[in-house]
Design a protein around this ligand. Structure first.
Ligand SMILES: [Zn+2]
Length: 307
């Protein structure tokens, strides 16, 4: 079992101003905790490469990509939306974030690794085809999915998203693509207030009220995700792994802990073994309490590495 940990030092150059929760220190906390642990030695550490422009233009309109590139300032910050800012390094980091996921996808499909975790920023699951929002510019996981589906033998994939926020961008991308199952648990009502009630057979939305406990989260995942996975029979599983549903997180009001993240990781690993030849690409989304984030990612990686 080889689990890759894909990241890049240049992710730290993107920052959105003092006191912004989506800060470079998030990745520092993850990598430092991992490097100091026994698990860190068992992972294959890799540096991300930029996404191909051709694939990027397949997922996002070229006008949108050019608009973001032109918005990037030479110094200071420029705002794509009130929460989502660019500094002089943002577009480079965004291309490397998407590139980590496409690189992981190719390596998993090529059999070089069994699964991968992409420790990236900026995150991606709020980025719609033509809208940057919620700290996201390019939809990293959608780029990995398109890369996977470009392989003739991959016809069905699943995206599982346990971030505290609904994956509006991912739903925007795949609402009319029945070959892509999207399952999302999320606090509701809550940001981003988009697509949470869409009715499509391949979109499984599981809203959770503020204060939802780990055991209620587990019951919801078993009730909603497992039948959908059995029906869809995905050949590869992508995970939008946000850890902001942790009870210590300053943005969310759900009550998950590391044990719940280990539980859901084990469920994903078992589903991947059952349907998808063990193929998993997991991608960091949110998670804003640095200690809870570092511990939760470690737990998630333990599950992936034991799969
Ligand atoms: Zn989130």
């Amino acid at each position: 079992m080889t689990t890759a940990f894909i990241t890049h030092g240049d992710y730290l150059l993107h920052e959105m101003g003092a006191d912004h929760p989506e800060c470079p220190e998030r990745l520092g906390a993850i990598t430092q905790y991992l490097a100091s642990s026994e698990l860190g030695n068992r992972l294959k550490w890799l540096a991300a490469q930029p996404v191909s422009e051709k694939l990027l233009e397949k997922v996002h309109p070229v006008e949108y990509i050019r608009w973001l590139d032109s918005l990037q300032p030479e110094k200071g910050l420029a705002y794509a939306d009130p929460d989502t800012a660019l500094n002089p390094h943002t577009m480079h980091a965004a291309r490397l974030a998407a590139g980590a996921v496409t690189m992981a996808t190719e390596m998993v499909l090529g059999g070089e690794i069994n699964n991968a975790f992409c420790a990236v920023r900026p995150p991606g699951h709020h980025a719609e085809r033509s809208i940057a929002m919620g700290f996201c510019f390019f939809n990293n996981i959608a780029l990995g999915v398109e890369q996977a589906l470009s392989h003739s033998d991959i016809e069905r994939v699943a995206i599982l998203d346990f971030d505290v926020h609904h994956c509006n961008g991912t739903v925007d991308m795949f609402q009319n693509r029945p070959e892509v199952l999207v399952c999302s648990t999320f606090q509701h009502p809550f940001f981003p207030h988009r697509y949470y009630d869409i009715q499509r057979p391949n979109i499984i939305n599981s809203p959770l009220p503020a204060g939802t406990t780990g055991s209620e989260f587990r019951r919801t995942v078993e009730r909603d995700w497992l039948p959908a996975l059995h029906y869809h029979q995905p050949q590869m599983i992508f995970v939008s792994a946000g850890f902001d549903a942790h009870k210590a997180d300053p943005l969310g009001q759900l009550l998950l802990d590391e044990g719940d993240y280990r539980w859901v990781t084990n469920l994903i690993v078992e589903a991947a073994a059952c349907f998808a030849g063990g193929r998993i690409v997991s991608v960091l989304e949110g998670g804003y309490d640095l200690e809870a984030l570092a511990h939760s990612v470690h737990t998630h990686l333990e599950g992936l590495a034991s799969g």
